[in-house]
Design a protein around this ligand. Structure first.
Ligand SMILES: Nc1ncnc2c1ncn2[C@@H]1O[C@H](COP(=O)(O)OP(=O)(O)OP(=O)(O)O)[C@@H](O)[C@H]1O
Length: 244
């Protein structure tokens, strides 16, 4: 099956510093790929390149076959992106913001209304729909971000720490939602929560220092005598120099 996300030798340098170093992987429809790595590993930078917010220094990224640099509008049409942090436009209400996003996505009339309502429904924002975004708790802001990513029902989702700031019940809901959507989409999620990988991901990519260190099914990454946390630490904690 053709991959919906194709990353080939993607590299990002900030001055002399290489944040993402020759990264290649693909994500096919039906896959939920967990993107794991310590702080500063290069996860968000890779996701920002996929979503067109950061220009690659070298290499290519394609969404549904469309190059994110050469054909950004077409690539973005097929992509829902949840950036790290909270949505912008803090003074807008939840409904106002989602309606604005729907308008930018080109929806008009009844379809625009339906898209907004579906997104509110999927992310359970009904109770706060008329509240300005800046007055929401961190978890609700996260869900507004998720709602704008899902609004146009894109085949590809790139979600930067989708459950960050959510309480255990909300985490559960978002994981259920990801699982429900998974068969129809290619989904890349970054997370620091290793049990999340075991709960929702069909594959895990471990990255550190901008380089991919492992890429496999969670079960294949964890031999029977080791947890994913132990494997993660072995791969990403630099070896300590031996005491003299
Ligand atoms: N605009 C920038 N200019 C300079 N350095 C940057 C810039 N953006 C990111 N970096 C650096 O690139 C590296 C990778 O950052 P990135 O945000 O991709 O990591 P991450 O894996 O998402 O980390 P975290 O888990 O903490 O979110 C970090 O060292 C970061 O400081």
């Amino acid at each position: 099956m053709a991959a919906l996300i194709e990353i080939e030798r993607l590299t990002k340098r900030f001055g002399a510093f290489t944040a993402v170093d020759d990264v290649s992987f693909t994500v096919a429809r039906g896959e939920v790929v967990g993107f794991l790595g310590p702080n500063g590993a290069g996860k968000s930078t890779t996701m920002k390149m996929l979503s067109g917010f950061v220009t690659p220094t070298a290499g290519t990224a394609r969404i549904c076959g469309k190059d994110v640099v050469d054909d950004p509008v077409a690539a973005k049409r097929s992509l829902g992106y949840l950036p790290e942090g909270a949505p912008t436009y803090p003074e807008m209400t939840v409904t106002g913001f989602l309606d604005f996003v729907a308008r930018i996505r080109g929806y008009r009339g009844i379809e625009r209304k339906e898209r907004v309502e579906d997104a509110i429904d999927l992310t359970q924002l009904e109770g706060v729909r008329l509240q300005p975004i800046e007055t929401l708790s961190k978890g609700f802001k996260r869900r507004v971000g998720l709602a704008q990513a899902l609004l146009h029902d894109p085949p590809v989702l790139v979600l930067d720490e989708p459950t960050d700031g959510l309480d255990p019940n909300q985490k559960h809901e978002v994981r259920q939602l990801i699982r429900r959507m998974a068969p129809e989409k290619a989904i890349l999620i970054s997370t620091h929560i290793l049990e999340e990988v075991e709960a929702v991901c069909t594959r895990a990519i471990i990255i550190a220092g901008g380089k991919v260190l492992a890429d496999d099914k969670p079960s294949a990454l964890t031999p029977t005598d080791k947890t994913l946390e132990e494997v993660f630490r072995e791969l990403t904690v630099p070896a300590q120099p031996e005491a003299a």
